[in-house]
Design a protein around this ligand. Sequence first.
Ligand SMILES: NC(=O)c1ccc[n+]([C@@H]2O[C@H](COP(=O)([O-])OP(=O)(O)OC[C@H]3O[C@@H](n4cnc5c(N)ncnc54)[C@H](OP(=O)(O)O)[C@@H]3O)[C@@H](O)[C@H]2O)c1
Length: 380
Amino acid sequence: MKKKISILGSTGSIGVNTLEVIRSAPDRFEVVGLACGANVALLEKQMEVFHPKIVSVGTEAMALSLQQKFPHVEVLWGEEGLCALAQEDCAELVVCALVGAKGIKPTLAAIGAKKDVALANKEVLVAAGAVVMPEVQKQGVKFLPIDSEHSAIFQVFENHNRSAIEKITLTASGGPFLHRPKETFSSITPEEALKHPCWSMGKRITIDSATLMNKGFEVIEAHWLFNLTPSQIEVVVHPQSVVHSLISYRDGNTLACLSLPDMKAPISYALSYPERISTEVARLNLAKVKELTFLEPDHEKFPLLKLSYEVAKKGNVFPALLNAADEVAVEAFLKKQISFIQIAKLIEETLSSYSKSLPLSLEGILEADSWARRKVGELI
Ligand SMILES: NC(=O)c1ccc[n+]([C@@H]2O[C@H](COP(=O)([O-])OP(=O)(O)OC[C@H]3O[C@@H](n4cnc5c(N)ncnc54)[C@H](OP(=O)(O)O)[C@@H]3O)[C@@H](O)[C@H]2O)c1
């Protein structure tokens, strides 16, 4: 029996890689739903190849025009469309590959409809882990990480030895500015920041990798996924991005997961779990890689990583504020409204001016998210 899969964000970097994995294993997987925002031209091509039963697009106008071209496909739109698609009966597994807090409601909709979820959209856990993880437990669904670091931890996590885990180590490529002097950071352009040395990804995560905000988000993501305290999660810079992450057990043994940097490796594990399928991922040849290096992150150059630990410890709606503030600041940087170093400054200022007390519920989180967006807007 083929596993029936829906992909939220099929036109993005993770979405496209997910479809490549599916295309290379047509006897294992079937696409039943696809959703995108604005890139309807690419969605149409995907529909012609994968024949989904249901799709969702960004706006009503896009939906109307797409429906005319594909009269036999159910075409939805907007946030409601994403949530309806996530709940659709025909899918067993929903791949959440949207970007940002807009993924929270569709992810919760999928879990609520008892779908297994493969999560790339880390901001969902960063902002709303406190609501999402109890729902995962309540519904008894599988919640599978796609982020390469979290997939690595998931693959070497010995559930029967959970209490023997001392710490986990998330690796970070260090981004494009690992060796650039801090004094020149104010002149960094979006074009420079979008050139990631190891990975080809969407714009938000690429900028977040350049500031190390992405690694901070991953600390919070790991805290929720693996039920570890922030102090059990360390970060080490590893520019080759071959060792994806490690777990250290109390007997002195450390287990790591390695592969060449290609998102199709963690995606295929999430799609086929608990089995492993053959993939076209290039195989690791350590003699060719030659060198694997590791170094401490520079918290002076990249203050957002340290801030993430503080936010993770504070908990409550602070991680939601962090994500929302970053989302707006990154957009402003890409539009050249603020400089690279102002991203961190704006986020810090937004968090330190927060004095409300909101309940730790979905409503509270969404209200905090809106507040932070308004605040950063005012500061800009
Ligand atoms: N890329 C990676 O290698 C990688 C690795 C680890 C984790 N992640 C995480 O995975 C998530 C996706 O990253 P990505 O790099 O794939 O991002 P991306 O390339 O920017 O793709 C985002 C996807 O979300 C869709 N989308 C955006 N706004 C939407 C809206 N309002 N309604 C419906 N769809 C919308 C986009 O559709 P349109 O393009 O059609 O507008 C696109 O399909 C992020 O959370 C990221 O942190 C990515």
